[in-house]
Design a protein. Sequence first.
Length: 225
Amino acid sequence: MKKKCGAKTRAGGKCKKAPMENGRCRLHGGMSLRGMAHPNYQGKGYSRYVPKPLEPAITAFLESGDPLDLIQPIATWEGRIDQLLRSLEEGGADWADLAAQWAGLWAATAAKDGERVGDHRKAIDALLKSGLAEADTWKQIREADETRRKLIDSEDKKRDRRRGWMRAEEIRYQNNALRLAVVEAMALIDDPKLQRKVRTFIAERFIQVVGPAALPGSATATRED
């Protein structure tokens, strides 16, 4: 069954024209710009209109496992920094040669040797371009190192939170186990007076160890659902 536009017409019915990608025909909004293509798009919040070229990359990212795992991006920036440092070893400006070429230019200019002046100018121009390229490489290294540092900080914070979650889960498990043990022990005592004494004793010892705020039913105790 072919899809139809379905937009309400002036006659009160539904449009039966073939729809475009957004589900409407060209007369009922099918040609309207959506998402990033819209002139008023500001990039705030979330949009259901994802640019087609980005769909494969977004899908692959969402299916790659833990989207918060930053180990691979950190390794990528480590490799990028290493690559930039190697490029400095392979080339870069020779400042001693630049000084020699500059002195030669002055000597050739004083001697009015036009050919030598041209040669020195070309050499100086090449050295200056090499120096600018080296400066740009160092700028990229600083930026890459800053990005790597931020990723490492984020990864450390994430691991700290996970360790905190694990500790909280462990404490919750121990508390539940202790609670069950107390309930089972109290069930073995038939004398109500003795039960009250045991409860009082357990509560007092519990307060001595962890403080009154952690006592179940305390006004300052943190409730966990």
